[in-house]
Design a protein. Structure first.
Length: 309
């Protein structure tokens, strides 16, 4: 074959390959999901979070225009009331308060668990999306849905879009837990798109009676702030190596246990250390007693800021 035609064939093949790999952010199903949510004035979602291998968690999310949020989990309650973000540790009945800004609300909404419903309040929802492609048809809890695989940076989150309603009832994604990939499944048993705007003074956006406000700590700069927390609460892992884990020093914490890493720098929610301390992952630690909301926040902030020594 003439080399000219060989080269032309190669060009055509590359063009076809590029077309096959073309990013499809303007996906009709994704756009329909966003439009349906934004047409409502409030959203109430009752759903379960199944981190495969852990106990099933019951969650409830309430969103209302223009900027209200309530998200309740077994361990915490987070409320954004338009002026402040209140975070309650349910076991200690203590909460912290910080100013609500557009960025702080967006950060809450970017959590993988509730991200699929975030376009209701987040106008920049599509900004991190690099691709969206239709997947298989299936049934989830008896409801006919179509999968929609959405690439959000390096992570792919699969939405379950209800065939009749046109918006997502749940999602599934993989996350790193202790150095291993694990699947999380989010399924709504009830999802209501409301016509009425909820008031900031509504009971849903206030702390429960008896909850005590505590001061929000500044981010822990290093081991000198977090080490004493382990010494005071985690004697078994400080005095000796237990289950392959030592909390006596920075190296031990960052090395992790026999199962792998317990700290994911920059991501406290995905860190096994925070999950077992909050009781959202078994086994709950410490076995007797609980860390205070202030101590948990200190550890979370330390991890969020990179878990530096």
């Amino acid at each position: 074959m003439n080399r000219k035609w060989q080269f032309a064939g190669l060009i055509l093949a590359l063009v076809a390959c590029a077309a096959a790999l073309k990013v499809d952010v303007n996906n009709p199903a994704l756009n329909g999901h966003i439009e349906k949510l934004r047409a409502a004035n409030s959203i109430t979602a009752t759903f379960t979070v199944n981190r495969i291998g852990n106990d099933l968690e019951d969650h409830k999310l309430v969103l209302s225009k223009p900027n209200l949020l309530r998200w309740e989990t077994p361990a915490t309650l987070v409320v954004a009331n338009g002026t402040s973000i209140l975070t309650l540790d349910k076991k200690s009945s203590q909460f912290t308060e910080e100013p609500q800004t557009a960025d702080s609300l967006k950060k809450l909404l970017s959590n993988d668990v509730i991200w699929i419903w975030s376009p209701f309040l987040d106008e920049t929802f599509l900004k991190p999306v690099t691709d969206a492609r239709a997947g298989a048809a299936r049934k989830v809890k008896g409801v006919a849905v179509k999968e929609l695989n959405v690439a959000r940076g390096p992570k792919v989150i699969t939405l379950f879009v209800d065939d009749q309603l046109g918006y997502a009832r749940g999602s599934t994604y993989q996350e790193d837990r202790g150095g291993q990939k694990a699947t999380t499944l989010v399924i709504a048993s009830e999802l209501v798109l409301g016509k009425d705007v909820l008031a900031a003074g509504d009971k849903a956006f206030t702390m429960p009676a008896g909850a005590q406000k505590v001061e929000k700590l500044a981010s822990a700069s290093g081991w000198k702030e977090v080490g004493p927390i382990f010494s005071a609460n985690c004697g078994c892992h400080v005095a000796r190596v237990t289950a392959g884990l030592s909390l006596a020093n920075y190296k031990g914490v960052m090395t992790g246990s026999r199962s792998g890493a317990i700290v994911e720098p920059g991501n406290p929610d995905n860190s096994i250390l925070i999950q077992v301390i909050k009781g959202s992952r078994a086994p709950k630690m410490p076995p007797q007693g609980n860390l205070s909301a202030t101590q948990i926040e200190t550890l979370s902030n330390w991890i969020k800021d990179g878990a530096r020594e």
